[in-house]
Ligand binder design. Structure first.
Ligand code: SF4
Length: 814
């Protein structure tokens, strides 16, 4: 039975082909007062040309200069950039790639770091007047790029019941409104407190403390949508839910696996680390459905004399794995290794490590023995020859690092897939020794730190006990809602207040129309933000925007100028201190917002003097030191040059698992059955994008310009179906929910031929999020499966929108 996914009341993009008029581009007509959950169409301007041959280089320098001049201007821009990623400077609000422990260059940043800083340090302002001029419905019909480029928010704003405009509100009235709404709830569990990964440790610690004193564990965060699968997989297998390597390990590794990751766009300075490794002879293997240029060739913008050359080849091997085929591929590599071990006993795998440090090897060996080669090859899309080639690289390795990102974590069997990677690492003993280890690369600057500080809907009992003993209250023990469960709870009407500490919840989450309806059912939605985004336009009955200081802004409290701390991908906690004049005198820091909120909501119910804490953030860090393992003496340690490493037992070759050893795991290959006409779709970022922030409309690495509504398809698949580059397609996702098929459609997407495996496709998010069913989640981690959406295509009712293009040139790595 087919069950058309009902078109949203707001009438945007998520509908069946029988309702073509509910596309974003058309929706405005006749429904002017209804805000759009999706950006308008922009296909008319899209241009396709050759993908880049080399990442970074001169163009990167030019783009950095352009954006600096355009947003903060020369002097403010230089002032911000001079301090970026320096000791005692400001931590880049972009990704979580670490800075060198020792010497740092004066320009210790990448093009995307410059864009992040320029966006924040911009001189443009979104004032109360701006909101008087623009209604919410009018704003919603502007593209995300336009919204983000209006500038920094300057005043607290409120949308009152029934109004189509935000209007100014005082901070006092805003906190009183939130307190009134929260305290009127029948249960604290009717409120949801979301955190984005940019929130500092100090704000995050206070926030979770307030939320738990209020009485709920409803603390979803963006980690639920990114590395939740990594945490679940690693905790079971090696006892710690984080990576185990340090930056210096990349100088020692002889082999580096980059799996489901595009560092050229998402963690650009990682390319400099990989370049160094490649130059000294380390073998880099890229396992990904798309050949990303960053892993092909890289020109370091700091190497002026080499800017005219052809760049450094990064990955020696490129494994073009099918979407969701990683588990089968790694099983194949393990099978090759174990078959070789059977031929040359004691010569291939690290028997000593396996015997002394691991558990479950025999079960694993048996399961690999019976795994079918036919199935491995069919599901991975990789030939036996290439699997053997990669197995030989791994067998030669004495020190191997495995890195991964969303390409692994957002699959249906993401946890099992990551555990198969761990199995491979355990076979060679690639843990707990120099130059080896696992490295889930975090995409947001403090997403890992927020977890360390207690932002999680199911923090372990010992953390909650510590809160109880330190602060004298009984924290709630019932696990809270994660992101997906929170959306469902709002949709059911069970959650009535939604508070977001940063981020753009609507655009970051799956199933855009479902999420929009969920948010609009709340009594109150509140967002702490630096800039305008689409999430401000889809609101509850009442809504607040609370404007906060950014990383680059000077943070002056009663106790003087403050700094905050963050934790990067490698578990280093360090300081971040802004040095720019804030864009408005009406802004508050995130810790101050939490403190004022807690004081207003909890009143006499809390014994803490919240306002006193934020006069001097050292007082918050003293509390963190009493609760968070490894943060003892935090105020002294964080003032060391570069900060301090958090403890990590697996890095030290100790495994705090249920068996006391590193665990081998057994996971079957779950075949992906695609019916005729169906494809698997993955979401991805463009090079002009950071998470949901759209810096520009170009993706020069992939040769796509002036637009984002594209779908990348295998050229042979296109030829078979008579689709040409530039054709407009409607993309429909198919999801079986209790026997009924749910359909969601994104309209008028431009077809682009690209080197991607057969019957695989790729679209940018957040545009593609409308296709990701809320019910499609990874086993064990509940992470939305944005890298494995079953879709079909139909010619759109529109005519071709793109001028006759050049033939897209393929990018090959090896
Ligand atoms: S690599 Fe990441 S943290 Fe470093 S400058 Fe670039 S975006 Fe910022």
């Amino acid at each position: 039975m087919k069950r058309p996914w009902a078109a949203a009341k707001r009438g945007l993009g998520s509908s069946t082909s029988s309702e073509p008029d509910s596309t974003p581009g058309r929706q405005a007509e006749g429904s002017a007062a209804i805000p759009s959950a999706q950006p308008p169409l922009e296909t008319d301007t899209i241009q396709i040309s050759k993908p880049a041959r080399v990442a970074a280089g001169f163009t990167s320098l030019i783009k950095s200069a352009e954006v600096t001049l355009k947003e903060p201007g020369l002097s403010r821009g230089i002032k911000a950039l001079r301090q970026l990623n320096q000791f005692d400077g400001v931590d880049c609000p972009g990704c979580a790639w670490p800075d060198p422990d020792e010497d740092r260059a004066i320009n210790e940043y990448c093009e995307n770091g410059v864009k992040a800083i320029a966006e924040e340090a911009t001189t443009k302002r979104v004032t109360a007047d701006f909101f008087r001029q623009w209604s919410i419905a009018e704003l919603s019909r502007q593209p995300d790029y336009w919204l983000g480029h209006q500038g920094r928010l300057t005043h607290p704003m409120v949308r009152l019941t029934g109004s189509d405009h935000y209007q100014e509100i005082s901070w006092g009235d805003a906190f009183a409104m939130i307190a009134q709404q929260l305290n009127a709830l029948q249960s604290p569990d009717e409120a949801i407190f979301y955190t984005s990964g940019r929130t500092s440790n100090e704000a995050a610690f206070l926030y979770q403390l307030f939320v738990r004193q209020f009485g709920t564990n409803n603390l979803p965060d963006c980690s639920n949508m990114c590395h939740e699968s990594s945490g679940a997989a690693l905790k079971e297998t090696i006892g710690v839910g984080k990576g185990t390597v340090r930056l210096e390990d990349f100088d020692l590794a002889d082999t580096i696996l980059i799996i489901g990751q595009n560092p050229g766009t998402n963690h650009p300075r990682m390319l400099a680390t990989l370049q160094k490794a490649a130059r000294r002879g380390a073998t880099i293997v890229s396992v990904n459905p798309l050949a990303e240029v960053g892993l092909s060739r890289f020109k370091h913008p700091k190497e002026v004399l080499r800017l005219f050359g052809s760049g450094t080849r990064i990955a020696k091997h490129f494994v073009r794995v099918r979407l969701s085929g990683d588990l089968a591929f790694f099983k194949g590599v393990c099978k090759e290794i174990l078959e070789e071990e059977a031929r040359r006993p004691g010569k291939v795998i690290d028997r000593t490590f396996i015997e002394q440090k691991t558990h479950g090897f025999e079960d694993f060996r048996r399961s690999i023995g019976v795994a079918s080669w036919d199935q491995i090859v069919a599901e991975s899309g990789i030939s036996r020859t290439q699997i053997r080639e990669i197995a030989e690289v791994v067998m030669r390795s004495k020190a191997m690092i495995a890195c991964w990102a969303m390409g692994l974590t957002q699959q249906r069997h993401a946890v099992a897939t990551i555990q198969e990677v761990v199995n491979l690492m355990l076979l060679g003993g690639h843990l707990g020794r120099p130059g080896a280890g696992v490295c889930p690369v975090r995409g947001h600057s403090n997403v890992q730190g927020d977890r360390t500080m207690g932002i999680w809907e199911k923090m372990p009992e010992n953390f909650l006990d510590k809160l109880r003993d330190t602060f004298g209250f009984e924290p709630p023990r019932k696990p809270g809602w994660d992101v997906v469960e929170s959306i469902r709870a709002m949709h059911r009407g069970e959650a009535k207040v939604f508070f977001a500490m940063g981020g753009n919840f609507l655009s970051a989450t799956p199933d855009t129309e479902f999420t929009a309806r969920a948010l609009s059912r709340c009594r109150l939605t509140v967002q702490v933000s630096t800039k305008l985004n689409r999430g401000h336009l889809i609101t509850g009955e009442r809504a607040l925007i609370l404007p906060c200081l950014g990383r680059t802004d000077r943070d002056l409290q009663a106790g003087g100028a403050q700094f905050v701390t963050v934790e990067n991908s490698m578990g280093i906690v360090h300081s971040s201190r802004g040095n720019l004049d804030p864009p408005s005198e009406h802004l508050m820091s995130e810790p101050a917002i939490v403190a004022r909120l807690a004081a207003a909501v909890l009143g006499e119910r809390s014994r803490l003097d919240w306002l006193n804490l934020v006069e001097d953030y050292d007082r918050i860090r003293d509390l963190i030191a009493r609760v968070v393992p490894g943060c003892d003496d935090m105020n002294r340690k964080v003032r060391r040059r570069g900060g301090f490493y958090l403890p990590n037992a697996a890095r030290d070759d100790e495994y705090a698992t249920s068996t006391g050893h590193a665990n081998f795991t057994v996971s079957p290959i779950e075949p992906v059955h695609l019916e005729p006409g169906k494809f698997l779709l993955t979401t991805l970022r463009s090079h002009d994008q950071y998470n949901t922030t759209i810096y520009g409309l170009d993706d020069r690495y992939r040769g796509i310009f002036h637009g984002r509504r594209v779908v990348l398809l295998n050229p042979e698949d296109m030829a078979e179906r008579n689709w040409n580059q530039g054709d407009l397609l409607d993309v429909t996702s198919h999801f079986l929910n209790e026997g009924a098929e749910e359909l969601r459609t994104a309209y008028r997407i431009v077809a682009v031929p690209y080197e991607i495996p057969r019957r695989c496709a790729a679209m940018y998010f957040p545009e593609a999020n409308v296709l990701v069913p809320i019910g499609s989640v990874a086993v064990k981690s509940n992470t939305p499966t944005s890298k494995a959406i079953v879709v079909s295509f139909a010619a759109s009712c529109q005519t071709a929108a793109v001028p006759a293009p050049e033939e897209a040139e393929s990018v090959r790595v090896s």
